[in-house]
Unconditional design. Structure first.
Length: 583
């Protein structure tokens, strides 16, 4: 076994110890054990790390570093998924040896022996290789081995011209892994990546460029891996950031990585290089070649926040001004599109607005929130450099440093119960002509939307489904009956169940009855996974919430059972159930 200590050959690179303090490994217990027992027992991972999704075996080193190195230095769970085999039409011997490249590189980054626990793991029904570093089991590599699609996505003859681009665009309904183990569909790959995220519970999802388009000088596999990862994280319900990294086109952009970081990045690449005959093999070639051009750069193409219930789309929006001619209306800040596209019609833009411009979200019902996420207009030269958030409770928060590249600015605070929030711009860039925002998100504290929801019955014909009880609309009737959960003739004995994949620490449940004249819950019980119960009295029949408080408890489920109803009840149900984390 080769021990990587941060010095490679005669390159004179600095020792690994300068890369930061190393903390203790936290081993995850029950939360993974219920999902992937084998993975949990052999991966020293706690929730809150990073899952990286890239196309080829050197993409992570070239495009995601130095962020990878910082995650590993901090002993965060760091698992990288390689979507393709990176076979480049060169056969099995090449791609199998190429997989040894990231093994060597990650051992180097972790200052550990290049010794891996290799095993087969199942995600979403697919069987893939999952390797963990013996000395640092929180560091992992997953190989999906889809065929390399070539630069333009046309594929290679030896793999039947299959490519992940063709799969993503629907030209092919399925493609085959180069090891003959899996037949992938588009939805299957998204499900696989989602299962990885749900199992490892990262707070960061790092991937390649999911904003750019095919044919923009980047590799087709880069974009497709980014698109697949982006689709998966949209369904991942833990709070998290997703970050897209630019690939080949960044070679024409200015260097932006410090000498110290770049020094380390080059050393990591030279740990990888002996296992890939198609890249530079020595310091001189790497410094003068294309790989080193990229090593001095790291550019994000997108960065979002998600996984928690965004209640901004439930609000109505007003603004100091809006551009009706271009369709850049105030409501566009909550269309869930502005941050993930370069289409400026998906943004809110003022008409000549600069400092003093404002936008306000107003809800019909009280929202309990603990963060606001702001996205500046991407690449337009109109920058809202800073501003103030003012809430209906009279409190305000100063916001500084909105990124000018479309990435998320996350503002967190102690939970507030509010009916509106206003963002006022206090500083703009010199070039600004029409200030605005690409997106504004407001996140609720409830953990109910992260759960799987089932019920004793539901009215499918009117789409009054169980899941509507966690959709954020605390008022159903009056806004839209299809925003409620309604049983099909259910009365006393009806139930609604929430199940989480990992334990939740909670101390309050807020229940909203269906606000109509017929159906009223006049009694119920809450039952938790530890068997404990809490009695619930009659719920208000006017649309208001009833808060049930109790000593905090750790649970993986809660069942609300209706024990009493009004005499006029025909179809009992709920407009909403909120489960609040203990503070």
């Amino acid at each position: 076994m080769r021990r990587y200590k941060g010095l490679r050959g005669s390159m004179g690179l600095r020792k690994f110890s300068r890369w930061g303090a190393v903390g203790a490994v936290t081993v995850l217990g029950v939360s993974l054990a219920t999902m992937h027992a084998d993975a949990a027992s052999s991966v020293g991972c706690a929730p809150g790390g990073a899952v990286n999704v890239v196309a080829h075996q050197d993409d992570d080193i070239l495009f995601l570093n130095p962020d990878l190195q910082r995650d590993i230095d901090a002993r965060r769970c760091t698992v990288t998924v390689f979507v393709t085999a990176g076979d480049a039409d060169k056969g099995e011997a090449y791609w199998r040896e190429r997989e040894n490249g990231p093994r060597a590189a990650y051992a180097f980054m972790a200052d550990a022996d290049d010794d891996w626990n290799k095993r087969t793991e199942r995600f979403a029904g697919y069987q893939v290789e999952y390797d963990t570093l013996v000395d640092r089991p929180e560091v992992g590599l997953i190989f999906l081995r889809a065929p390399d699609g070539a630069m333009d996505g046309s594929g290679f003859p030896t793999t039947g011209k299959e490519s992940v681009q063709k799969l993503f665009q629907g030209t092919l309904g399925a493609i085959h892994s180069v090891d003959g183990v899996n037949t992938y569909t588009k939805n299957g790959l998204v499900d696989l990546l989602l299962d990885v995220m749900q199992t490892l519970q990262p707070e960061a999802v790092r991937t390649l460029d999911y904003v750019g388009k095919y044919g923009d000088r980047d590799h087709s596999d880069h974009h497709t891996s980014g698109y697949l990862a982006y689709a998966a994280q949209k369904r991942y319900t833990n709070p998290h950031r997703v970050i897209g990294y630019q690939g080949y086109p960044m070679s024409s952009l200015p260097g932006n990585v410090s000498y110290a970081d770049d020094d380390r990045k080059l050393a990591i690449f030279t740990a990888y290089a002996p296992h890939d005959s198609q890249v530079c093999q020595n310091e001189a070639d790497c410094i003068n070649g294309a790989h080193d051009i990229r090593s001095f750069r790291q550019y994000h193409t997108g960065g979002e926040y998600g996984g928690v219930q965004n209640v901004a789309p439930l609000a109505t929006f007003t603004a100091s001004s809006q551009n009706t001619k271009s369709g850049q209306l105030a409501a566009k800040v909550a269309d869930n599109l502005g941050y993930s596209t370069t289409d400026t019609s998906r943004e809110w833009a003022t008409v000549g607005g600069r400092t003093g411009s404002w936008i306000q979200a107003t809800w019909r019902n009280v929202q309990t929130v603990d963060r606001v996420v702001l996205y500046d207009r991407r690449g337009t030269g109109n920058q809202a450099a800073s501003g103030i958030l003012k809430f209906s409770d009279g409190s305000s928060i100063t916001v500084a440093g909105l990124p000018d590249n479309g990435e998320a600015k996350v503002v967190t605070f102690a939970p507030k119960r509010v009916t509106n929030v206003r963002f006022t711009v206090t500083a703009v860039s010199a070039a600004t002509k029409n200030v605005g925002l690409a997106e504004l998100q407001v996140y609720a504290t409830t953990v109910a939307p992260r759960a799987t929801v089932t019920a004793s019955s539901q009215t499918t014909g009117t789409t009054q489904l169980a899941a509507k009880a966690v959709d954020g609309y605390t008022v159903g009737t009056g806004i839209g009956y299809n925003r409620e959960w309604a049983t099909a003739g259910g009365k006393a004995g009806s139930w609604l169940r929430l199940d989480w994949r990992s334990p939740q620490t909670v101390d309050r449940v807020v229940l909203y009855d269906r606000p109509n004249t017929n159906d009223q819950i006049t009694g119920g019980t809450l039952k938790f996974s530890d068997g404990s119960t809490v009695t619930v009295p009659a719920l208000p029949n006017t649309g208001g919430g009833y808060t049930v408080s109790f000593p905090k408890r750790i649970t993986t489920s809660v069942i609300f059972t209706v024990t009493k109803v009004s005499s006029t009840t025909r179809n009992v149900g709920l407009a909403e159930i909120q489960v609040e984390p203990a503070r």
